[in-house]
Ligand binder design. Structure first.
Ligand SMILES: C[S@@+](CC[C@H](N)C(=O)[O-])C[C@H]1O[C@@H](n2cnc3c(N)ncnc32)[C@H](O)[C@@H]1O
Length: 301
């Protein structure tokens, strides 16, 4: 027997029926434009998803079809800004402090001691979190550098980048609510954060090690602004990109890494069918990708 529709079902049904519909051709055009802009791959049957995420934009802009929206993106002077707004609405920014602990253990216990040995004359270490979202990953890395006790007096630099200006504003503000701390121990929380009315702000000395910048990963020609990196974290980002975009981004990561430098991906991501230029390093705590020690150095440190 069918159930009686609840009032919330009726509300959604009426919202759905009022929505401007996207047809297959418009879906294809938008999917291609998104892929071209940020490398993100959406299936050609993503029409309903796009309608739900973008319907409010059409309304706000007073547009009556997705073809008009596509043309606005392509040809209007405000199209570039609108593309940022679109990408904002279709990306996921899920992140939290001390995410994927086993990998962070490998970073702290195996990768950092290796880099401390290798750079013990230069006394500098540079880490990049590519696709850092609201910044928890960046501050986690800085805290782990401090916790290791290996780099006292060194020049420690942690850079975070993301395509979204909104998440970067949150990252720079460095103040977080409870959901960012789902895997943070009470000791680390007490040590590295200052509480203020139920929210926690990252300690000033940690913040001063970190910088943030807007960067679309498919704009690989801009990677040089980061200088050479000893470790690149790019976790839970490549999974959203097309095969071609992954290849392009990972090749450019390779060029940014110092010889023997590390690339850390999310637990469900790999370089299979992307590139064979990295070595797979079997660390005790995790498998990670590493640029061969005898590879060429990146330009300018
Ligand atoms: C799921 S979050 C991952 C955050 C963090 N790395 C982590 O693992 O906790 C993915 C982030 O990648 C960013 N992103 C997606 N495509 C991007 C692109 N083409 N260039 C730069 N950032 C991108 C999104 O804006 C989002 O903030």
């Amino acid at each position: 027997m069918g159930r009686t529709p609840k009032s919330s079902d009726r509300l959604f049904a009426s919202l759905d029926s009022e929505r401007i519909r996207i047809n297959d051709e418009e879906t294809r055009l938008l999917v291609e434009a998104i892929q071209e802009n940020c490398g993100m791959t959406l299936a050609n049957d993503s029409g309903l998803f796009l309608e739900r995420r973008l319907g409010a934009r059409l309304e706000a802009l007073g547009l009556s079809s997705y073809l008009d929206y596509y043309q606005y993106l392509r040809y209007d002077a405000a199209g570039t800004r609108e593309m940022e707004e679109l990408i904002e609405r279709i990306t996921t920014h899920e992140t939290y402090f001390f995410r994927e602990q086993y990998q962070l253990d490998a970073f702290s216990e195996e990768i950092l001691p290796d880099l401390a040995r290798r750079w013990n004359r230069q006394h500098r270490i540079a880490v990049w979190s590519a696709g850092c979202s609201t910044g928890e990953e960046v501050y986690t890395i800085a805290m782990l550098l401090l916790e290791s006790g290996l780099f006292k007096g060194w020049n420690m630099r942690v850079a975070g980048s993301d395509i979204s200006r909104k998440v970067l504003a949150t990252a720079r503000a460095a103040t977080y609510g409870e959901s960012s701390f789902r895997t943070t121990t009470p000791e680390l929380k007490r040590k590295y954060f200052v509480e203020n009315g139920g929210r926690w702000t990252v300690r000033e000395d940690v913040r001063s090690m970190c910088s943030f910048g807007q960067l679309n990963l498919v704009s690989t020609e801009r990677f040089r602004v980061l200088g050479p990196c000893d470790v690149i974290f790019c976790r839970n980002v490549l999974m959203y990109l097309s095969q071609a975009a992954r290849h392009r981004v990972v090749e450019a990561f390779y060029d940014r890494l110092t010889p023997g430098g590390y690339l850390l991906l999310g637990h469900s991501e790999s370089l299979l069918n992307v590139t064979t230029r990295f070595d797979l390093a079997h660390l005790e705590k995790d498998l990670v990708y590493r640029k061969p020690l005898d590879a060429a150095k990146p330009s300018s440190r």
